[in-house]
Design a protein around this ligand. Structure first.
Ligand code: AP5
Length: 220
């Protein structure tokens, strides 16, 4: 079954963790705008240069740049592939833009899953997070460390602590989420796509189980 899914929720709630696991299991395309922007920075592109300061400060990158990035990226995605959007859309302008891009391709958002956890838990998770520079895998020195210190279990790439995971920037990212992204909850409650809420304040395996159930998928 092919579907377009949006993983919505605050920084550190586990969107990337769940998207990678589901994409590995069902072969869908994981589209993380955060990962695409970090790749643009590594490649030294114009977009990467424009985004660096904003990302390091915990601010959002402008909607027009993000929509161009997503539109370009989707050109390389098979028309029938399932797509898991992670960290996108983040504003109502991006959500409207996504509807237009999908409509041009004869597709639409099938499901929005909102992941929720208290701010204290998010802060704790981000302070211990280690992110792979090569693939989208994440680990955590407090909850789930990699088998070899500093090396990704999934692809062997180097693990880093993201600059924007420093405590002051995490606080700003949480504020930005509340002011600019949280309005998407009521936006999607009034949208044709069905929105489901999943508690992410439980072990990752239990979150994954609830996520699959929300999508109408069997446990695997
Ligand atoms: P982005 O990279 O998208 O960051 P984010 O949305 O803030 O999300 P995170 O990656 O921080 O968290 P996550 O929910 O994926 O959690 P994870 O699975 O890693 O964006 C970064 C920046 O790019 C933005 O600030 C902005 O500047 C820019 N940007 C990106 N997209 C944009 C857009 N659309 N528009 C404008 N600007 C944009 O998990 C976190 C940690 O918790 C990990 O260590 C993990 O191992 C652990 N963990 C996960 N689940 C559990 C669990 N159940 N229990 C215990 N630990 C867990």
């Amino acid at each position: 079954m092919s579907m377009v899914v949006i993983l919505l929720g605050p920084p550190g709630v586990g969107k990337g963790t769940q998207a990678v696991r589901l994409a590995d299991s069902m072969g869908g395309e994981h589209v993380s705008t955060g990962d695409l922007l970090r790749a643009a920075r590594r490649d030294g592109t114009e977009l990467g240069k424009k985004s660096k300061e904003l990302m390091d400060a915990g601010e959002l990158v402008p909607d027009d740049l993000i929509l161009d990035l997503v539109r370009d990226h989707l050109k390389g995605v098979a028309p029938e592939a399932s797509i898991l959007f992670d960290g996108f859309p983040r504003t109502t302008a991006q959500a409207d833009g996504l509807d237009r891009v999908l409509e041009e391709a004869g597709r639409r958002v099938d499901k929005v899953v909102l992941f929720e956890a208290p701010d204290e838990e998010l802060t704790k998770r981000l302070s211990g997070r280690r992110s792979c520079m090569e693939c989208a895998a994440v680990f955590n020195v407090s909850f789930k460390d990699s088998e070899v210190d500093g090396i990704c279990d999934r692809c062997g790439g180097p693990l880093i602590h993201r600059v924007d995971d420093e405590p002051e920037t995490v606080m700003r990212r949480l504020e930005v989420y509340q002011s600019q992204t949280a309005p998407l909850v009521s936006h999607y409650e009034n949208h044709d796509a069905k929105m489901a809420r999943v508690s992410a304040d439980q072990p990752a395996d239990d979150v994954y189980r609830a996520f699959r159930t929300a999508l109408g998928l069997d446990w695997a």
